[in-house]
Write a protein that binds this ligand. Structure first.
Ligand code: ZN
Length: 302
């Protein structure tokens, strides 16, 4: 089973990214206008189609495709899915649109972060026809039919082109990467602060805004449903600032990036309740990306 029911009409679809279950999810709202929130990596798009099939949804029924931001684990598959979804329109933040239409700069910047080898595993995004993308801003309301609607919330900090979505009627909040990563088999949270545009103050502001939405469940990309809403927000704020100050100390002390990454992996493994040699590769990549984003932020703000 690729899909799990997580709300009255909402399903989690595990994209089994790079063969790993429990790492990258997308969500499906099965109202009269079927909506896909996030698309997964380019290399996972067939798994997304399989998941829709499992839910009895044909690709031509999908009307809204909403990559919460343009990072490859959220938007990489968008162009491939659109080719199979003739009636779907993409909705994305106005700062995301240009990268969706022309992903060349995005590919360049992601290759710098992850390297060619990992990029091949993720798959490269393909351009989306500009006529199929609509820019959305704060508080845009999307009618999904049958009285179901989703409100767009601008959610910068993790990335300047990120949105979250609130389905008021069900009190469900799609957080995007405004909250930290908790993989199902690791107990603790890894902050998610990637290059090139992590901004701690904006992230804290976003978390503060989302906290006030009165949601009953959080649908988190990495990974799954959280009912302990306040705990997730509080932990995100605390962990992000704790990691940032540890990383700052290392950077100020002249520690090289690779060494700082190794130290944070040891810490994350300990907090996650596993031995360092058992700490999974995908979680190591998350820690590396986070520390890199912090290093770049600290360099920018020095
Ligand atoms: Zn992500």
């Amino acid at each position: 089973m690729r899909t799990t029911k997580v709300g009255e009409r909402v399903y989690l679809l595990d994209t089994v990214a790079l063969g790993q279950a429990g790492t990258v999810s997308v969500y499906v709202v099965k109202g009269p206008k079927v909506t896909l929130i996030d698309c997964g990596y380019a290399s996972s798009y067939e798994t997304v189609l399989e998941g829709l099939r499992e839910l009895g949804i044909s690709p031509s029924e999908v009307r809204y495709v909403i990559p919460t931001h343009v990072h490859l684990d959220h938007a990489g598959g968008t162009g491939y899915l659109l080719k199979k979804m003739p009636r779907a329109q993409v909705f994305a933040h106005e700062k995301a649109v240009k990268h969706l239409v022309d992903p060349s700069r995005l590919i360049e910047s992601a290759t710098e972060v992850f390297g060619k080898f990992i990029m091949e595993a993720y798959g490269l995004p393909i351009p989306i026809p500009s006529g199929r993308v609509t820019a959305v801003g704060d508080e845009t309301n999307l009618e999904l039919g049958d009285g179901l609607s989703a409100t767009v919330l601008y959610a910068p900090g993790h990335a300047p082109h990120q949105i979250a979505l609130m389905v008021e009627r069900e009190k469900i909040l799609f957080t995007a990467d405004s909250v930290g990563i908790v993989y199902p088999n690791l107990r603790s949270m890894i902050p998610t602060t990637p290059p090139p545009s992590f901004e701690p103050e904006k992230l804290l502001g976003t978390v503060g805004l989302l906290e006030q939405m009165g949601s009953k469940s959080l649908l988190v990309p990495h990974f799954g449903v959280r009912k302990d809403v306040l705990e997730v927000f509080e932990t995100t704020k605390r962990k992000t600032m704790e990691w940032l100050s540890l990383v700052k100390e290392m950077r100020d002390g002249g520690t090289a990036l690779d060494q700082a990454v190794e130290r944070m992996i040891v810490l994350a493994a300990k907090e996650g309740g596993v031995r360092t040699d058992e700490f999974p590769v995908y979680a190591k990549v998350s820690v590396r990306t986070t520390v890199m984003g912090m290093y770049q932020y600290l360099a920018r703000s020095a």
